[in-house]
Ligand binder design. Structure first.
Ligand SMILES: NC(=O)c1ccc[n+]([C@@H]2O[C@H](COP(=O)([O-])OP(=O)(O)OC[C@H]3O[C@@H](n4cnc5c(N)ncnc54)[C@H](O)[C@@H]3O)[C@@H](O)[C@H]2O)c1
Length: 99
């Protein structure tokens, strides 16, 4: 008998507000995955991802990825707080929606 795997994943895309990253996110969401986009908007723009802000499987965090960044899936209900951010440069307890 064939094994059945749950192929839905939580995926972090750095630079997701850029040209390549935003198209990658579109593809991942259309494949049914959950996506956390981390971008400091240095060259990217919110325009590239604004069509995603109503998607419950999409989350945006404005953040520079060069310093230490630790993310853990939250134990809280997914709709309330899908991700928990642990970062010495931020006291924020969770990644927040951009809108
Ligand atoms: N319409 C088009 O054909 C089109 C449009 C734009 C770009 N391009 C091409 O695409 C290529 C560039 O695309 P890309 O996606 O690689 O570049 P990009 O600049 O669009 O994306 C990089 C992303 O990484 C982010 N970023 C950079 N440093 C970061 C950091 N320390 N922490 C967090 N985020 C950070 C930027 O803010 C940006 O959103 C080039 O070849 C360009 O010519 C084509």
């Amino acid at each position: 008998m064939a094994r059945v795997y749950n192929s839905r994943k939580r995926i972090l895309v750095t630079g997701g507000a850029g040209f390549l990253g935003s198209h990658l996110i579109d593809r991942l969401l259309s494949d049914g995955h959950e996506v956390l986009c981390v971008d400091n908007l240095f060259t990217g723009t919110k325009r590239n991802i604004e069509h995603l802000h109503t998607n419950p499987r999409f989350e945006f965090l404005r953040h520079d990825v060069t310093p230490y960044l630790s993310l853990k899936p939250s134990t809280a209900p997914r709709a309330q707080n899908p991700w928990r951010l642990r970062n010495p440069r931020s006291s924020s307890a969770g990644a927040s929606k951009m809108y």
